[in-house]
Design a protein around this ligand. Sequence first.
Ligand SMILES: Cc1ncc(COP(=O)(O)O)c(C=O)c1O
Length: 386
Amino acid sequence: MPVPEPGYNIDALRRRIPLLASCIPFNNCSQGPQTDATRAAAEQYLESWNRTGMDWEAWIEEVRLAKVAFAALIGASPEDIAVFSSVSEAMSAVASALDFSGKRRRVVLSEIEFPTTGHIWLAQQRRGARVSWVAQHNGVIETSEYEAAIDDDTALVAACHGYFLNGFTQDLSAIVQRAHAHDALVFADAYQTVGTQPIDVRETGVDFLASGTLKYLMGVPGIAFLYVRPELVNSLEPSVTGWFGRSNPFSFDIKGLTWSEGASRFDSGTPPIINAYIGRAGMEMIAGIGVGKIRAWHEVLAARLRDGGRERGLTQHGTTDLARKTANTAFVVNDSHAIEQAMRARGVLPSARGPVIRLSPHFYNTLDDIDTALDLLAELTRGERA
Ligand SMILES: Cc1ncc(COP(=O)(O)O)c(C=O)c1O
């Protein structure tokens, strides 16, 4: 059998990631490594600031271009994208636009959401929301489980696209179909999937989709994007707002709460400028490689992780069905944080979460990287498993 290869020049891309000279990053589910492009983008902002003192026109244009780059990755138009500093902030703004004072007050959450999702919608109970949970079983949820949870009193379903713990992915279209049958909205948290597989918000029909850039988009903390379905957006008036959400922020009209057309009504204060520079560079690199090609390589890496883990006696968390997961592969260990430290000391960067060590490769990882990480994990957990 020929050794599988990615559909792009992996060696050339690897040369653009200085960190690879000293270690093997496997923590894209948490923070992707720096590239020559993201470094240059940060320096471009610093240079602009230093040279001009301030250049708001260019800086705000950079935020617009970051929206353009994010929109392209999810099949949306730039006008359908708002900018925030975190996914939590984006989700809170959406929550603030919903009315829970009537009959429609149920919010359906899955147990595999990132904790922030639970916190945000539980906090809405004070405004009348009632949270219901869709149960997970061994790190997986069957879409049919949403059926029983959604009813005509449901205002919104919050469903992650990819589970942060083990990479399990949910079928967003199927969830949307069930929710829309009851006129309920769907908020998709795609932080763990944008940049790892093709996503088309129009095809799935989601009402909201959010992600930041620091994981598989190779960016930094401090910037996140929210897609709002254009047919819906102008009916929403978030109370988490600010002057950038106005139809003309630069009119400086303190008494006029004019709503901008489109998703920019969800923009609030001065946007995260340096983060937009870096985030755009990361997103454009991913788009340049091609998300379809990245997904194809991720499947090869995920198969190596699954099969190699099994051969070494490691226990994988969640589904082993590669069609239902990202390349992020979690192995159950006793003390995940101690294992993470020990792996780091030996030049491999995994990510510990609760009961698991996550190995989340990306486009630049090789099959040798996988074998090295699995050998090390197996060695370090041998004592635990004996
Ligand atoms: C799936 C998912 N959602 C949300 C978050 C948190 O996003 P933020 O810190 O931007 O609110 C994370 C971060 O790890 C995540 O993995």
